[in-house]
Write a protein that binds this ligand. Sequence first.
Ligand code: AMP
Length: 469
Amino acid sequence: MKFADLGLSDKLLKAVEDAGYEEPTPIQAQAIPQVQMMRDLIAIAQTGTGKTASFVLPMIDILANGRRRALMPRSLILEPTRELAMQVSENFEQYGKNHDLKMALLIGGVQMNDQVKALNEGVDVLIATPGRLMDLFERGKILLNGCDLLVIDEADRMLDMGFIPDIEFICEKLPAQRQTLLFSATMPPPIKKLADKFLTNPKQIEVARAATTNENIAQFKVEISPRKKNQALKYLLEVDNVQTAIIFANRKTTVRELNKDLQKSGFRSGEIHGDMDQSSRIAELDLFKKGEVNILVASDVAARGLDIKGVSHVFNYDTPWHPDDYVHRIGRTGRAGAKGRAITLVTPEDREALENVEKLTKMKVPEFPWGEVSGQGGGGSDSASADDEQREEKPAEERKPRSRRRKDGDERPQDRREERPRREKSRDDKPREEKRDRKPQAKRHADDEPTKPGEWNGPMPGFLGVGFD
Ligand code: AMP
């Protein structure tokens, strides 16, 4: 199927062509006709499937006809996090560049004045997080009774974040005669109930869970004792040919501490979590997008739905408590046809959580293949050519496990730990920016012999086979 077969306007087709999309993704092929027919829709799809364009594209054509009115947005897209809201607004700008549509972004953590000004001038689409929208509504700065197209995006995440009462409140303020589109990666009972209450005769569509059925993501687990997690993670960062990685942790404090520890060890890492203000989150994301840091340590809330191209690895420093989060986390890699690797550290405490993941995804996560460590992270040369300026310029063949570059040939992490105090001391004197400029350790020894992918059959790391002590 071609985009032209979907009956989108020429202006929109041009924008899609400029975006470089050749054909609609399955969710787009299924959802766009339903939206055009003004049907309510329940779409079970997660980020990475092209779901944003599946509602933004037809919305643009629908909104192209009609007039803006002050304070009365014509359509509303609800997003659970500021980052997602910003991402959707970027999509709207990109696809709507040939249309005269006005958009306002209502998110917390930024000045309200400009948002109120935009509302006063009239907007076609309002993209909002529930909290800020409720705030402005209660202050009388916004009227929702002219809004006859509503999108509830990432509904299951809204549930996790406790936004369902807000969404119910907002739905009640919208005209009863409206079109409602609900997107969710999963359909837990409260979301089903919400849909039953606020959608009218919806068409339900479901696309394959990209992360779980995505053959482009190689998934592994590493069973490890809690106190050896940092050691194991750093080892993997060095030997698995990591180009860009997002490392997820379950707690904000872990995110902060882990990032500090990685920086101390010379990795170019940044962090993103819910306690950071909006401008810091944006700044940190920018560094990652530009490749100034190649490792982002993240919490679930902050990272949900982030569309960062070319992430070669996802690490679960902690096995997520909710199995759905596993699917979302690993979906940050293997996007848009690129290959990726997802590695989960599993302590004895995490075993039950991993079992829940395996039940949900209906697959067993295999052990990390230590004997085959190849330096082919990110799917090797396939993914390196995928699309990404963030990746390092070296071809996969030239990257190699750090262990191969050591003259003594012994790569056991215990040895590196003994070196650390001396290295930390000198690094600690350096300011943070300077640390970021440094390349990851795996790049520092350019003069050693290259290793071909798949060639290394190096020693099993020392932290394995020691049991969960
Ligand atoms: P989403 O699921 O909306 O987060 O989109 C995931 C990524 O897919 C984004 O980077 C989009 O720009 C990209 N994308 C969306 N539609 C298409 C398409 N038809 N072809 C190729 N890439 C697409």
